[in-house]
Design a protein around this ligand. Structure first.
Ligand code: SF4
Length: 236
């Protein structure tokens, strides 16, 4: 694949040649996958997102990610949907605002599993596409990633800023080109609750899951649209 010249050539930390990419969904990972691939870096996708609620939404987001991985011939690791553990760790954090302590827990949990898999399968570098969305706090994500990687000697978390050099715009372009499913809330039951609450307070309809795809009429046009109270992937 020809690289977009604005991306530049990416290099992994410490001269490593392969990376385990934690992915949350197809829209967030599309540009990241194409950028990594265009730089000739070997990678595997690790899909571990027990935060996504309900199950149908989880399956839909995952199937979209698998569809794109298969198109590129990229190995895809489908990890557990261990929601009991996620809800256990979320106890007491149910009313935390987005970008708050619940989200730190959510990133920690997902990256801890990513780092464990990396350790057991010979990866020395891990990263995530979570930070490409402007709704996310990049520093918060990077801190969780670095914390998870530090559990294993010789492992590092690649803190590359995927939004830079046109990355954020390409994320939307690729999502439209591929007609990815356009999720409308970050993922957990609490983000669904809070996004709906914000929408109703602002005269909008509640979220209807599973019906919106990039490229359809009324979907994101020039960039990530306003999601109101919600945070997360490049949806709504
Ligand atoms: S809002 Fe998003 S990042 Fe935060 S806890 Fe919920 S799913 Fe996780």
């Amino acid at each position: 694949m020809k690289n977009d010249p604005t991306r530049g050539v990416l290099e992994l930390p410490e001269g490593h040649k392969k990376v385990l990419l934690h992915s949350c969904c197809a829209p967030c990972s599309g540009e990241v996958m194409e950028a990594i691939r265009a730089s000739g870096i070997e990678y595997t996708i690790f899909f571990y997102n027990p935060n996504i609620h309900p199950r149908e939404e989880y399956e839909l987001r995952k199937s979209e990610n698998i569809r794109f991985a298969e198109k590129h011939g990229v190995p895809f690791v489908d990890a557990d949907y261990d929601t009991d553990n996620w809800f256990e760790r979320a106890k007491g954090l149910e009313w935390e605002p987005e970008r708050g302590a619940r989200c730190t827990m959510c990133f920690d949990m997902r990256f801890e599993r990513t780092a464990l898999y990396a350790h057991e399968h010979g990866f020395h570098v891990i990263t995530s596409c979570l930070g490409i969305s402007r709704w996310k706090n990049m520093e918060q994500i990077n801190e969780s990633g670095v914390r998870a990687a530090s559990r294993y000697p010789g492992m590092s978390y690649w803190t590359y800023n995927w939004r830079k050099k046109g990355g954020a715009a390409r994320m939307i372009e690729i999502s439209k080109r591929e007609n990815f499913y356009q999720q409308e809330y970050c993922g957990c039951i609490y983000s669904l609750r809070d996004t709906n609450k914000w929408r109703l307070a602002n005269g909008r309809e509640k979220i209807v899951r599973g019906v919106k795809f990039y490229g359809m009429e009324g979907s994101a046009a020039e960039g990530e649209p306003d999601r109101g109270a919600s945070d997360g992937c490049p949806q709504t």
